[in-house]
Design a protein around this ligand. Sequence first.
Ligand SMILES: C[S@@+](CC[C@H](N)C(=O)[O-])C[C@H]1O[C@@H](n2cnc3c(N)ncnc32)[C@H](O)[C@@H]1O
Length: 256
Amino acid sequence: LEAVRLAREAWERAADPWDTFIETGADYHRLELHGPALLRAVGKVRGLRVLDVGCGQGYFSRKLAAKGARVVGIDWSRSQITNALRHESERPQGIEYVRMDARDLGRTRKEGKFNLVVSCMALMDMPRPGPVLRGVSKVLNPEGRLVFSITHPFNTSPVSRWTHAKVGKHGPRIVDRYFDEVPVVFPWVLRGTDYKLNSPEWHRPLSVWFEILRKAGFHVTRLWEPTPTEVQSKTIPGLEGCSRIPFYLIVEARLS
Ligand SMILES: C[S@@+](CC[C@H](N)C(=O)[O-])C[C@H]1O[C@@H](n2cnc3c(N)ncnc32)[C@H](O)[C@@H]1O
């Protein structure tokens, strides 16, 4: 419970630096790697009713709306939703933002309303994604898809860090305690700001994610581990590591 409170407060407080981090292009992992990969995974969305779970300041909701989707974004943080609404009023795309805890989705009267539910880098920030995904299974049309990105479980292990090489690139990466299911805090200074984000992520082995999905009524239909292109790894030094170990995981699932 303590970790839940920390998570909630961390995202609430971080809203403005987080917005700067994204809007200035400093979050190049998102711009170059996991964002485009998630967009490719969702495919054509024109005319679809889409729900974005844990939408934050609306980065991915806006990407979907720009491709012709009718988007509803939800987030439990008031300040994140405030920033999302500000973007919407500056450049209206018809996106609806609702402040709510994703665990309450099952209690809304929106059964089968969405053709697609997406979540961009948010489910690993939730302590109990099971109830969230059960709610998603209710609001999703039986023919619909769930597509989400998370930090790769390999990389959220409680011990996960590069060793130092004498010259140049990182040395090998140390990963340990992969099978522990624990909240992990990797203190993270948002590039381009001096803000230290301390939000916990809930680490779970890959098999546990599959079990959570299965119990929520989903089966996995596709899975991606996006890597940078050769050019990207050469020209963007910070992405080189992403071609050596998996940083992100993208999952497509359907109702069973
Ligand atoms: C890493 S941010 C990602 C935000 C956005 N999807 C993006 O790609 O920029 C994770 C978001 O999940 C939200 N979140 C975490 N737990 C939540 C919950 N139980 N209900 C709704 N939103 C939640 C946080 O407030 C935060 O905005």
